[in-house]
Ligand binder design. Structure first.
Ligand SMILES: NC(=O)c1ccc[n+]([C@@H]2O[C@H](COP(=O)([O-])OP(=O)(O)OC[C@H]3O[C@@H](n4cnc5c(N)ncnc54)[C@H](O)[C@@H]3O)[C@@H](O)[C@H]2O)c1
Length: 350
């Protein structure tokens, strides 16, 4: 059942929309009913997953749709190949508009398939997970994993629109909702101390259904990402800030399937904050606030694999450039710095 949410004021929607790179518009709030207005009057093909089909079948059935499997193991070139074949079968041409409906896995795949099929179709997203809304669906990066290495192949291409309706998050399993909170904490540490403080005051037992608070939190987290993408779309500089905690998180995900992306990010944030304190960059008081918040959200701070295994994976991180790697360190709540370090030196810090 797809929830068409209570009517909202046009102005209110406008207040909670964020423009990215003059092309992409992100709408936050109870905004699902905007969809008909945003879709172009052209052929629409939806890419989604089997869970979304289960929860929101009535939305999917009004379009030709392609369903992908669940989990990181679906985020492969094989899935992309299957999507190309289905698009050909469905007669998709250069004027077809792709609508990705789902979490980060769906939007990464739908964006990549759309960006490459016939050298690129227009696309938009309805983002249905917290992690997707505050991170994966916004900013124009898409792609798939290769041989277990995360996001090795992909493109930078902005979606026409992203709908982030926080009411959709109600059907999300609690573990997935919490996973998205790790990326919200990341946004707070990178550039929004007030967001971090809102989280410190939040009641995580009720947040998933607290539309008003969620709307603010999602909006602020997206704003952090959007302003960074605005300055550096292709990750030549400031966009690296968004990788706070992610070098370690990707190493965890590469070495173990025990944690989902957000859980691995939470461990990454916890470890990198400890490292920043040891290196004299971050005050212990700020580190304690980060550790306490992550713990109160229910995250573990322990990697599920031996550090030696993580270190091997770090060497193969796609962000590594030869023998060096860009690492993001927190300096304070709302302030981070990117350092280019020799890989060998970073390994001694972990
Ligand atoms: N492109 C980027 O900039 C970027 C940024 C961050 C993360 N990512 C990627 O995002 C992916 C993780 O995304 P995710 O955490 O959203 O995982 P996901 O897409 O696997 O979704 C999590 C689970 O929730 C289900 N689900 C989704 N929406 C639902 C809803 N409303 N109700 C019930 N169930 C729902 C999904 O079917 C899935 O089983 C990773 O592959 C990561 O690399 C990409």
């Amino acid at each position: 059942m797809f929830y068409f949410c209570s009517p909202i004021q046009y102005n209110k929607v406008m207040d909670l929309s964020i423009k990215v790179k003059d092309y992409s518009e992100v709408y936050v709030g109870s905004v699902a009913e905007l969809l008909p207005r945003l879709l172009p009057e052209r052929r629409i093909i939806v890419i989604s997953d089997t869970n979304i089909d289960r929860y929101y079948h009535s939305l999917l059935e009004s379009f030709d749709h392609i369903l992908i499997g669940l989990g990181e193991s679906s985020k492969t070139l094989l899935t992309i190949d299957n999507i190309y074949r289905r698009l050909i079968e469905l007669g998709a041409d250069r004027s077809t508009f792709i609508l990705g409906i789902g979490g980060g896995i769906v939007t990464d795949i739908a964006g990549f398939a759309a960006a490459t099929y016939m050298r690129g179709l227009e696309f938009g997203f309805i983002s249905t997970t917290l992690l997707g809304q505050v991170d994966a669906s916004v900013g124009g990066k898409n792609g798939v994993n290769v041989d277990g290495y995360k996001n090795m192949v992909g493109t930078f291409r902005q979606p026409r629109f992203v709908i982030c309706d926080v009411n959709l998050l109600r059907t999300l399993p609690v573990r997935e909702f919490r996973s998205g909170l790790a990326e919200v904490v990341k946004s707070g540490i990178i550039a929004d101390k007030e967001l971090f403080e809102m989280l410190e005051k939040a009641d995580f037992t009720t947040l998933q259904r607290d539309t008003a608070l969620l709307q603010q939190i999602v909006y602020r987290a997206i704003s952090v990402k959007a302003s960074i993408v605005e300055r550096d779309e292709c990750e030549a500089g400031d966009r690296r800030l968004l990788n706070l905690g992610h070098t370690l998180a990707h190493a965890i995900e590469k070495s173990s399937s025990k944690m989902n992306h957000g859980e691995a990010v939470a461990v990454g944030l916890s470890l990198i904050s400890d490292i920043a304190v040891k290196g004299g960059l971050l005050a212990q008081g700020d580190n304690e606030r980060i550790q306490n918040l992550l713990q109160r959200m229910g995250f573990s701070s322990e990697p599920p694999v031996a550090k030696s295994q993580m270190l091997k994976a770090i060497a193969k991180d796609k962000k590594a450039e030869g023998d060096a790697i860009y690492v993001v360190f927190p300096k304070a709540l709302g302030e981070c710095v990117v350092e280019r370090l020799p890989l060998a030196e970073f390994k001694t810090l972990v």
